[in-house]
Design a protein around this ligand. Structure first.
Ligand SMILES: Nc1nc2c(c(=O)[nH]1)N(C=O)[C@@H](CNc1ccc(C(=O)N[C@@H](CCC(=O)O)C(=O)O)cc1)CN2
Ligand SMILES: Nc1nc2c(ncn2[C@@H]2O[C@H](COP(=O)(O)OP(=O)(O)OP(=O)(O)O)[C@@H](O)[C@H]2O)c(=O)[nH]1
Ligand SMILES: [K+]
Length: 446
């Protein structure tokens, strides 16, 4: 068992703050004997649920509950772990935690248990991140895919790629080291074919990881348009409840209204905004400023239009002001008043009635398509932008390698860089800064 990293013992309330039926205190360290002796007063059989009285300094009972002892290295953190399952009231939990601290533990920082699990090689970095992503999952599909990554599905893909990269590198290094070997030798060993295969594999992993990122982060979809076109009505229809106020008074929505909905397990943050028009009303003006700010942060905009009017010069002006890279879906609303057919027209147009609901299914499908969702796929593992970034950079190095096929030193170097870049995902070599950023976002007790 490693003593390298952490001489000190950490403790935290592992259960959510507030009242609960049962609350759990978790303690991890190299030597928990003083804490076990002080709290329980007898030795604990490994991985066995003991009913025990948890004692205070003066021998009085703080709580009675279950104590579990996991000797390292066979524990979540790889260190010795003690769990106290007490009555889940905030006061009891605080008293138990304070007792652990009095007996030599210190309060754990956010993510510190999982960080220790990582440093003790119980989990790699992608798995450790998946622990947080599982806890933060906003849909069932996101939770399932986080569990896949926690189970190592993503890491295995990366490790397979890294192994194949190493094999190819060995081949190239051998060609460099033995001058009698030359390009023909590489050709004969199908180095180019293997490079192509690596590129194809990396592209597949990127595609799956992109789906995983979408499940984790969702999309920010902003509803914009002139007053009274039906933005709030559409928001409510998509959410399935009355979230935004709907009236026939133009300028009803004066602030941005946010709601999280799920389509096919993909979390969509829908933002209803104040209708865009010239106004002298100060409150409405502020709302309109907020609309533009929401637009700047959005991944996708729905421009709502009144079917009876079509695209007016005012709408053209709105379109002009949108960021050029922002994908826009034009939603012609109120087709119940014009008798138009519901559904999608081309890539960027859909005809609906927020009131009757016609065309909304087509709108949902179109939204998912624009988000880049390819349908609920069993194999999707959760991923983060950090991972996608590393995969894209590794792919660049493989492209560079392909161009350097006849400059062996350069070819070898690009392969090495691709490997190092992929290793960032599983955290083979990771900086303290990166670990700090990742684990500080965890909750306390995890
Ligand atoms: N009570 C409790 N429930 C919990 C956790 C916990 O720490 N405590 N977990 C915390 O996140 C999750 C489960 N994760 C865990 C992961 C590994 C080990 C563990 O003891 N691993 C040992 C033994 C493995 C085995 O027996 O197969 C090891 O890896 O060596 C425990 C919990 C969710 N539920
Ligand atoms: N007939 C019909 N009326 C609709 C439809 N959608 C919305 N409306 C009506 O249009 C009016 C304006 O709807 P809202 O949803 O408040 O429009 P908005 O774009 O949010 O308006 P602002 O808050 O002013 O920006 C209300 O009277 C709605 O009932 C529709 O599909 N068909
Ligand atoms: K309105």
């Amino acid at each position: 068992m490693t003593l390298l990293y952490h001489p000190d013992t950490i403790a935290a309330i592992a259960t959510a703050p507030g009242r609960g039926g049962v609350g759990v205190i978790r303690v991890s360290g190299q030597d928990l004997s003083a804490i076990v002796a002080g709290l329980i007063g007898r030795a604990l059989t490994p991985r066995h649920a003991h009913f025990a009285k948890f004692k205070d300094e003066d021998g009085s009972v703080i709580d009675e509950g279950l104590a579990l002892y996991f000797p390292g290295p066979n524990s979540f953190t790889g260190e010795h772990v003690l769990e106290l399952q007490g009555h889940g009231g905030p006061v009891v939990m605080r008293m138990l935690l304070a007792r652990c601290v009095a007996l030599g533990a210190r309060h754990a920082e956010p993510g510190e248990f999982t960080k220790r699990a990582f440093l003790n090689s119980k989990l790699d970095l992608a798995q450790a991140e998946a622990v947080a992503d599982l806890i933060d999952a906003q849909s069932e599909a996101a939770a399932r895919s986080a569990l896949k990554s926690l189970d190592g599905a993503f890491s295995r893909e990366i490790n397979t790629l890294v192994e194949e990269l190493i094999n190819l590198r060995m081949l190239v290094e051998a060609t460099i080291d033995f001058p009698e070997e030359d390009i023909d030798f590489l050709e004969a060993a199908n180095a180019r074919g293997r490079l192509n295969e690596l590129q194809a594999q990396l592209a597949r992993v990127l595609a799956t990881a992109s789906q995983g990122r979408l499940l984790r982060e969702g999309m920010h979809v902003v509803l914009i348009g002139q007053p009274n076109v039906g933005k709030s009505s559409l928001m409510n229809a998509l959410a399935g409840e009355e979230i935004a106020i709907v009236t026939d008074i133009a300028g009803t929505t004066r602030d941005t209204v946010r709601e999280l909905i799920q389509l096919d397990g993909v979390p969509l943050h829908i933002i209803d905004t104040a209708g865009l028009r010239e106004t002298t009303d100060t409150v409405e003006q502020i709302g309109i400023e907020r609309t533009w700010r929401a637009v700047d942060k959005a991944d996708l905009a729905l421009l709502l239009l009144d079917s009876r009017e079509g695209v007016t010069p005012h709408d053209e002006a709105i379109l002009e002001r949108l960021p050029p890279a922002l994908p826009v879906l034009r939603v012609f609303n109120k087709i119940d008043l014009t008798g138009e057919t519901a559904g999608v027209v081309g890539e960027t147009e859909v005809h609906v009635s927020a009131q009757s609901g016609s065309g909304l299914d087509e709108l949902r499908t179109r939204l998912l398509h624009m988000a880049g969702w390819h349908g609920a796929n069993e194999g999707v593992f959760i991923a983060r932008e950090r991972h996608l970034d590393a995969i894209r950079r590794a792919a660049e190095h493989l492209i560079n390698a392909g161009h350097a096929f006849h400059a062996l030193e350069l070819f070898a170097e690009e392969l090495r860089l691709a490997q190092v870049t992929l290793n960032e995902i599983t955290g083979e070599f990771s900086s303290d800064d990166l670990l700090g950023v990742i684990f500080s976002r965890f909750c306390i007790g995890k």
